[in-house]
Design a protein around this ligand. Structure first.
Ligand code: AMP
Ligand code: ZN
Ligand code: FE
Ligand code: FE
Length: 292
């Protein structure tokens, strides 16, 4: 069984609609994929329907933007209640912050590149979570850069003068929120040092005390040394480890299924998610209770 637990669609900054991501997974011979768009669950229904039609199991998820001391942390959440009010508020607030931050970046870029906010909006398909890749696409259309990679290496670099950070929750707070919503939290690419600064082992330990379940280890942005370190850390803290592609369609070189997760890990992950409970006349109520 081949399992890829980290993919993006046009619901955020991927280039394929959710159903096409699932079709790409089927074509690549995958049995299970998680759709984990940035800060939104809006692609779930389409992905789940495509999964039913194509015989691919779809694990609904989200990649939550977090910040700790100026360091960006991405937290994957799987199988949470998408209607949990606190989690929904956290994600909505991140989407709002992402948009205002993107507007500020574009305002800084306009004098040097000529691109406008309307040019960026033309690259966003439907009610998607906005990110730097949409600005990159506008720069490509304007002929300023050749592709997303060039945009990220130059004008959109986190170390450059046009970059503006978004506001985002602390990762420990996000872990608690995911657990309260019945979800299973896993740190995405925790040691991807070429992207920028990363959280340290003490941060992961603190997140574990708050309910963290796993670490994404096999990811193209991790070196062999980084993977080896994360495996030891996960073992010491009792966390499971995953492997995933972080597929973005044509937006990044990452191929769907290029890294995969052990089936036993998926079983563990699913057992940790709050079960679907249909409340009877007198309850139950509380975290993890879904449906009605
Ligand atoms: P943002 O979330 O707006 O800060 O933008 C970061 C997002 O862009 C992440 O999801 C990355 O996967 C994606 N990204 C980072 N580097 C690149 C790149 N070189 N090409 C395309 N997408 C990238
Ligand atoms: Zn992305
Ligand atoms: Fe990420
Ligand atoms: Fe991602």
């Amino acid at each position: 069984m081949r399992i890829d637990l980290h993919t993006h669609s046009t619901a955020s900054d991927g280039t394929q609609p959710p159903a096409e991501v699932v079709a790409s997974a089927a074509a690549a011979g995958l049995d299970v994929i998680a759709l984990t768009d940035h800060d939104t669950s809006s692609g779930w229904a389409e992905a789940l329907a495509a999964g039913d039609a194509l015989g691919v199991r779809v694990v609904p998820g989200v990649e939550i933007s977090c910040l700790r001391g100026g360091v960006s942390v991405h937290l994957l959440s799987y199988l949470h209640d998408p209607d949990d009010p606190a989690l929904a508020r956290m994600l909505a607030s991140s989407r709002t912050s992402r948009e205002s931050r993107a507007r500020t970046m574009v305002a800084r870029l306009t004098p040097v590149t000529g691109i406008t906010w309307a040019d960026v909006q033309a690259q966003v398909h439907g009610p998607a979570t906005i990110g730097r890749p949409h600005i990159a696409d506008a720069l490509v259309v304007a002929g300023v850069v050749g592709d997303r990679d060039e945009a990220f290496a130059t004008l959109l670099s986190g170390r450059g003068p046009y970059f503006v950070p978004q506001t985002a929750p602390d990762p420990v707070e996000a872990v608690r929120c995911v657990r309260a919503a019945g979800g299973v939290p896993v740190v995405a690419h925790p040691a991807a040092s070429k992207r920028g600064s990363c959280i340290d082992d003490a941060d992961v330990e603190e997140m574990t005390a708050a309910g963290l379940a796993g670490l994404e280890v096999d990811h193209r942005d991790h070196s062999e040394d980084e993977r080896a370190h994360l495996r030891v850390l996960a073992h010491d803290l009792g966390l499971f480890t995953t492997g995933s592609s972080d597929y973005h369609g044509a937006g990044k070189k990452n191929l769907i299924g290029e890294h995969t997760t052990d089936p036993d890990v998926l079983t563990t992950l699913e057992a940790l998610a709050a079960p679907l409970v249909v409340p009877g006349p007198d309850g139950p109520v509380g975290p993890g209770v879904r449906g009605a």
